[in-house]
Design a protein around this ligand. Sequence first.
Ligand code: NAG
Ligand code: NAG
Length: 271
Amino acid sequence: MATFKHLPILFLIFFQLQKVFGLLKENELQKAFVTYDSKADKLSIVTSEPIDYVAKADFQNSVNSTCWSYLDVTTNPQYNDSMQAYAAGMVEGFLTKELIQYSWQNTAADYCTQPYNQYCKNLQKFLTQNYNWVKTEITQNFDSPFWHNVRLFYTQVSGLDAGFTGTPKQVNYDVDVLGMFYILQLSGDLEDLESVLHKPQKSHVLGSGSCSAIVKLTPGNKDLYVAQDTWTGFNEMLRVLKRYNFAYRMSETSSDLKHETYYKVLYLKIV
Ligand SMILES: *[C@@H]1O[C@H](CO)[C@@H](O)[C@H](O)[C@H]1NC(C)=O
Ligand SMILES: *[C@@H]1O[C@H](CO)[C@@H](O)[C@H](O)[C@H]1NC(C)=O
């Protein structure tokens, strides 16, 4: 997602992944798990280690000392991908609730409030049409790895909402297109939509509109340095460094496991 666009200020973020995750020891670590009761067909969040889980996560909020918080989410391959995605969203929404709320207040809480103005109506219509098209593609391409992953993304976003509000439902990939969770995902794209959908006052993009990064492996593969300079307002400074370790398959009906471990640095854009 294109998120590094507006730029009053240039930030240099420089860190060693090893050190970053090493910091986990220094601050209080919060843990949460999502369990599944198959008889009741119900997912729940618990904070003490259960016998079995669908997703689990560690979270450490060190924003006050290092400007970073860290989230590490792992899912259990014994459950199907939809369950894993929804539970991963739930556990993240539960653990990072406070930062999600702060980030929302800092960035987009007043973007579209009811009663919607003409631009927000246009946006709602556009996003609803787009989402309906995505749903059609998902249902018509059930064995496609691409659409499978698109569905899992929406499922995870729906799970975030459930974990944040504490109201887990049946696993689903429904989203509220002008709701907090979808708008937070969209913010980089909104800048382009604003022109097309006639927003009277556009969000300003300052500077050149580009940013740069460097990835360097130290001799002997000893360490990995990741540096990025980006630009955005100070209101986007609440950061969560996320590691997702999901045991997804190529499609819902496939049995190949393609373990995905990847790092994401986001300004609480969530997925
Ligand atoms: C960070 O500092 C703020 C302001 O003092 C405080 O309200 C908040 O609880 C602190 N957060 C953590 C995770 O310590
Ligand atoms: C995933 O597993 C759950 C629980 O067993 C089941 O209700 C759901 O239908 C399954 N989803 C898919 C897409 O197979």
